[in-house]
Design a protein around this ligand. Structure first.
Ligand SMILES: N[C@@H](CCC(=O)N[C@@H](CS)C(=O)NCC(=O)O)C(=O)O
Length: 218
């Protein structure tokens, strides 16, 4: 439920079908039941897009004449403006845990493995395809081992990362699992993550946010 004057505000999300940072935001928008316009980005490096987001990365959210970059900043803004339903647990310690889990993906894993880094490794450093694949799989394995340990430390059988309801942690996990699969990473060492990913994917909010459900999918 939106608070105050934000109720009538039309949101425009600049993203692309295969934009995993954007997929996090799409999931949260869907979980909160917020309607938005999907603006397909042809080129994040174009001058046109940089006038909206000078960072030159997707996604960006336009709201009431403001353009906001960075998926986690966008999600925090959505949480402030549309607090109900929340994508964070009520307990402050659990909220911090969700943010820490999400940060490991958004701030530590994803920036190492995203396309511009892979492009730089192969183009400027001269890394072979096998070396880039090895780089990718290494950071997935290191991070997923930590994420798996985190979710199994919570009561077993929880359908989602942090309990009975999906949170921002799940919105970060699901696109990252899809990326790992796309790159042929072995997910068998992470049965809890695989189970949670399947539970999330069965929900409409996640299914509607998937790359192949977006209007710009080829
Ligand atoms: N930390 C940023 C990451 C954004 C990001 O890396 N987006 C990628 C796609 S997932 C992108 O725009 N890449 C464009 C490029 O590398 O040219 C966020 O969470 O929003």
């Amino acid at each position: 439920m939106p608070c105050g004057t934000w109720a009538d505000m039309r949101l425009r999300l600049h993203t692309r079908h295969q934009n995993s940072a954007g997929e996090r935001v799409r999931i949260v928008l869907n979980l909160k039941g917020i309607e938005y316009d999907y603006v397909a980005v042809a080129s994040p490096r174009s001058e046109g897009y940089r006038t909206i987001n000078p960072q030159g990365l997707m996604p960006a959210l336009e709201i009431d004449g403001h353009a906001i970059a960075q998926s986690s900043a966008i999600v925090e803004l959505l949480e402030d403006l549309y607090p109900d339903p929340s994508v964070f647990p009520a307990d402050p310690i659990e909220r911090a845990r969700v943010r820490a889990f999400a940060s490991l993906i958004c701030a530590d894993l994803h920036p190492l493995n995203n396309q511009r880094v892979r492009r730089y490794l192969s183009g400027h450093i001269g890394a072979s395809d096998a070396a880039v694949q090895d780089w990718y799989a290494h950071w997935i394995a290191e991070t997923f081992a930590a994420l798996e340990a985190e979710v199994v430390a919570h009561p077993t059988g929880n359908p989602f990362c942090f309990g009975e309801l999906p949170t921002f942690a799940d919105a970060c996990l699901v696109p990252q699992m899809a990326n790992a699969r796309r790159f042929g990473c072995d997910l068998s060492p992470y049965p809890a993550l695989v189970r949670i990913d399947a539970n999330c994917s069965a929900l409409d909010a996640f299914a509607k946010a998937r790359p192949d459900s977006q209007p710009d999918v080829p």
